[in-house]
Design a protein around this ligand. Structure first.
Ligand SMILES: [Zn+2]
Length: 310
């Protein structure tokens, strides 16, 4: 039920945003997940829309003759998802798991220690790009630098949107999550939909434990996005699920430029979250290899997204 609703909302999305942490108060940002303007994190100021509504031109090409399915290409160390929440999260952000760099160790990291241990296991590289420090897994950084060099030959720039556009910590994902969960619990409690005791109990849970509780309440129609009209998943990334935690994502300032997107794709950086326009994911393969990894091509407007074919 929940999944069907979310899919429906995805199709209805008119803009998308990135789960950026720097935009807590930023209804002024053109694309960001914080404003709850539309499904999927979307923050786009009503006054300055720049994106083609996804619903107007979305087409999907399924991988009919895959040599490998998405699930078959998941890391062997990753437990196959058995619950609806994990499946939903994989469907929404799972492309990162087929990267040729080091994929996330879990579908949902449990806490700061969990994320930190994983991040420490990675070979990372930091570089000042566009006035901000960018930190990525080394293969992702190498590919980004190659893309930047190629872009420069054509007089183009490629850089981050802000200081939080690459690696993030677990705490950053929690802050945003809580900013939605607390008000929503108060709202549904005041509306008599859940008891005060239940609201207090959920408030006291760890963010990791809250994820399934919140999505369970949403299944009953108690939405947790900022305006309580849609799923929280379209507003903020559940704690521990962001691709940025794995240092394989970059929110690109020049995401609107088709030439930039083409150069990034040539160097293994693809758009993988169909409602998150500035967000690019390092997969590290040629585009022609993606169907064989279980991803399918989704086009929206003139943009190409590679999402799990599940
Ligand atoms: Zn992002």
């Amino acid at each position: 039920m929940l999944i069907r609703k979310i899919i429906a909302l995805s199709l209805a999305a008119t803009a998308i945003g990135c789960w950026s942490m720097s935009a807590k108060n930023s209804d002024s940002r053109s694309v960001n997940a914080e404003t709850d303007a539309t499904p999927f994190a979307t923050p786009k100021p009503k006054a300055a829309p720049t994106e083609t509504p996804a619903s107007s031109s979305t087409t999907s090409t399924s991988n009919m003759n895959a040599t490998g399915t998405f699930y078959d290409n998941l890391p062997k160390t990753l437990s196959r998802p058995t619950d609806d929440v994990s499946k939903l999260l994989l469907r929404e952000y799972g492309s990162v798991f087929v990267t040729k760099a080091t994929p996330p160790a879990k579908i949902v990291f449990e806490d700061e220690a969990d994320v930190s241990a994983f991040q420490k296991s990675l070979t990372r590289d930091s570089s000042s790009i566009g006035g901000y420090t960018v930190t990525l897994q080394k293969p992702a950084m190498d590919a980004l630098k190659a893309a930047i060099a190629e872009a420069q030959k054509s007089g183009l720039s490629i850089g981050p949107r802000g200081g939080d556009s690459s690696m993030r910590t677990y705490a950053q994902t929690v802050t945003l999550w809580s900013s939605r969960v607390r008000p929503a619990l108060a709202h549904w409690s005041a509306a008599g939909k859940i008891s005060k005791a239940d609201a207090a109990r959920i408030n006291a849970l760890s963010p990791f434990q809250q994820v399934s509780e919140v999505l369970g309440l949403e299944e009953k129609g108690m939405w947790f996005a900022k305006d309580f009209s849609k799923s929280i998943i379209y507003s903020v990334a559940p704690p521990g699920t962001s691709q940025h935690l794995s240092m394989l994502a970059l929110d690109v300032k020049q995401f609107d430029d088709a030439r930039v997107r083409e150069i990034l794709a040539k160097h293994g950086w693809f758009q993988t979250v169909s409602s998150d326009l500035p967000h690019f994911t390092y997969l590290g393969v040629n585009e022609s290899e993606l169907p064989g990894l279980g991803l399918k091509k989704v086009t929206s407007g003139n943009r190409t997204f590679w999402v799990p074919d599940i």
